[in-house]
Design a protein around this ligand. Structure first.
Ligand SMILES: CC(=O)SCCNC(=O)CCNC(=O)[C@H](O)C(C)(C)COP(=O)(O)OP(=O)(O)OC[C@H]1O[C@@H](n2cnc3c(N)ncnc32)[C@H](O)[C@@H]1OP(=O)(O)O
Ligand SMILES: CC(=O)C(=O)O
Length: 527
């Protein structure tokens, strides 16, 4: 059997707390998963969840999948009900998918206590349902719920479930760690024992791992190392409770670490795009620190890392980030060394290789400023201005010189609070005084500065304050608290940049970040 990558983002992934997809969302996620090259997309449970029934109906005309087959998920027939008379089984056929997945009880305790039936009736439910669906022309996967817990309790029954499903015509028997409590060594031992006990071909076994021990990806890889050739997972690890095995990490590990070409050519590099697009649809902020796909997955803060990366990026990256569509970033913080500053500057288009004094000055200035509360890690634009001020012949053009600014906050009798700011600046030799109101002191200051500059710099009208973050930093060693402000500015063309300002006074900290933001943006506009 060829290797099967089976995605359950739209079924198990949708069981995550706080996540709800519309049918349109589900169709969009399915298209993205197909672009990522998975072989199977489990779309939901038709007949149980009305939205899922609708998804399968619309998928027939609205999805044109290149790599994946759609799978409808459901349960084995009900206890004591003839399979042909079970409406849930009928709904699986009505979904008209090429493949069907059946959840089946694989732990005798669940059979007796949750299904409230006998060991033999559960095996009959599995046999009848698989046989019926195979006879209707479906590929059938059986998900053995609680397989691993059940196998420890009663291995003979777990083995009987596996043998029954495969003998009835199931293509793959998927071993599920439903409670997510297993460790990799336990997964390996259970599969080895199952294979020895039954003689089953491990190539007809699959793995479905929940992440309750944070081992879902490791457990899936352990299963593959034990011979399993069908892996299940969800985009970004979404799923019930802590989630499922992250399909991106599973697939990347299989391809890049075990050398198994489980995705079609050209698909692995779609990972970051697909991961973030699905997060967007799910309305969940992408996890910056997600393995392989996170924005920080290849971000380096430590100066020592940067010094080796300067020689060869692979000295400090476990794979080339480009193979999964990611990129490497160097972070500038108090932990930076000269190599970090040189690499980051290169990333920003500034070559400091022949400027050892500048490198040394910028590095010590960064450390000094960071000790005082500045943070350049998320403020590339302020870092670039700092480097350019120190680099001979590269100083940025300062659009104005400040004479003074003043901000008033007025609480009126009727309860209204109005802020007003006045700036006095010199722009291209002209003295300008500008006043503006705003919904807060920083907004008023920003407006006044723009009013004062706009006649000389009309492109400022396109700049907008996209985000504003304030953090009060505790004072230490006898100093008072300081305020750090991060300002994100956008210019309407899709470009944005972040600047930082620090001062004990929040207005002055904001002013510094604003001035850097306008200086950077205007300087760029004139390059
Ligand atoms: C491990 C997993 O995550 S599997 C996926 C689980 N996903 C979901 O549950 C989401 C969708 N579920 C639903 O919409 C509903 O729970 C439904 C429609 C499936 C069932 O709803 P209801 O008919 O109201 O039953 P309820 O949820 O209370 O109980 C489930 C029934 O299925 C039975 N059942 C549970 N597992 C199986 C199985 N593998 N095979 C057959 N029957 C099963 C239970 O014994 C119970 O039967 P009972 O009604 O005779 O007591
Ligand atoms: C089938 C499934 O989702 C589980 O057993 O966890």
């Amino acid at each position: 059997m060829t290797f099967q990558v089976y995605d359950t983002t739209l079924r198990d992934g949708a069981q995550r707390e706080g996540l709800t997809y519309s049918v349109v969302d589900k169709l969009a996620v399915a298209r993205l998963l197909d672009e990522f090259g998975v072989g199977f997309i489990e779309g939901g449970w038709p007949g149980a969840v009305p939205k899922d029934t609708e998804f399968f109906r619309r998928a027939r005309t609205e999805l044109d999948l290149k790599h994946a087959q759609l799978v409808a998920f459901g349960a084995t027939r009900k206890v004591g009900v003839a399979v042909a008379a079970d409406p849930q089984v009928r709904a699986l056929l009505d979904a008209r998918t090429p493949a069907v997945a059946l959840v089946a009880k694989a732990d005798l305790r669940h059979v007796e206590r949750a299904l409230r039936t006998t060991a033999a009736e559960n095996l009959a439910m599995i046999r009848d349902t698989v046989t019926h669906l195979v006879a209707e022309g479906r590929r059938v996967f059986v998900d053995g719920e609680h397989f691993f817990d059940g196998y420890r309790h009663d291995p003979a029954y777990g083995a009987a479930v596996v043998e029954t499903a495969l003998a009835a015509g199931a293509e793959v028997m998927v071993l599920c760690d439903t409670n997510g409590g297993m460790l990799p060594s336990q997964v390996t031992a259970a599969i080895a024992d199952l294979v020895a006990r039954t003689g089953v071909d491990p190539g007809r076994l699959g793995m479905h791992a929940q992440n309750d021990t944070a081992c879902a990806v490791a457990n899936t890889i352990a299963a593959v190392e034990a011979g399993v050739r069908h892996v299940q997972g969800t985009a970004n690890g979404y799923g019930e409770r802590p989630g499922n095995a992250d399909i991106f990490a599973v697939v990347a590990n299989l391809q890049l670490k075990l050398g198994l070409p489980v995705l079609p050519e050209g698909c692995l590099e779609q990972m970051v795009r697909v991961s973030h697009a699905i997060a967007e649809i799910a309305n969940i902020a992408p996890d910056t620190h997600q393995a392989y796909a996170g924005a920080a997955a290849f971000a380096h803060k430590a100066g020592l890392h940067a010094s080796a990366i300067k020689v060869d990026p692979l000295l400090y990256n476990h794979v080339d980030p480009l193979v999964v569509g990611n990129g490497m970033r160097i972070l500038i913080t108090e932990m930076a060394g000269r190599a970090s500053v040189e690499l980051k500057s290169r990333e920003l288009g500034l070559d400091l290789a022949g400027h050892p004094e500048t490198l040394a000055r910028v590095t010590s200035r960064v450390k000094e400023l960071e000790a005082g509360g500045w943070s350049f890690e998320a403020a590339d634009a302020s870092f670039e201005l700092l480097v350019r001020s120190e680099l001979p012949g590269a100083a940025p053009t300062r659009p104005f010189a400040l004479e003074s600014y003043r901000v008033l906050v007025e609480h009126r009798e009727d309860g209204a609070v109005v802020s007003e700011a006045t700036v006095k600046i010199r722009v291209r030799g002209e003295r300008v005084i500008a006043t503006a109101e705003g919904n807060g002191p920083i907004n008023a200051l920003d407006e006044a500065l723009r009013v004062g500059l706009c006649r000389h710099y009309p492109e400022l009208r396109d700049f907008e304050l996209a985000d504003y973050k304030v953090r009060i930093l505790e004072g230490s060693h006898g100093t008072g608290a300081v305020t750090r402000v991060l300002v994100e500015t956008a210019d309407g063309t899709g470009r944005d940049w972040t600047t930082v300002g620090v001062h004990p006074n929040v207005v002055e900290a904001s002013w510094r970040a604003l001035v850097d933001a306008l200086t950077y943006g205007l300087d760029r506009a004139h390059v």
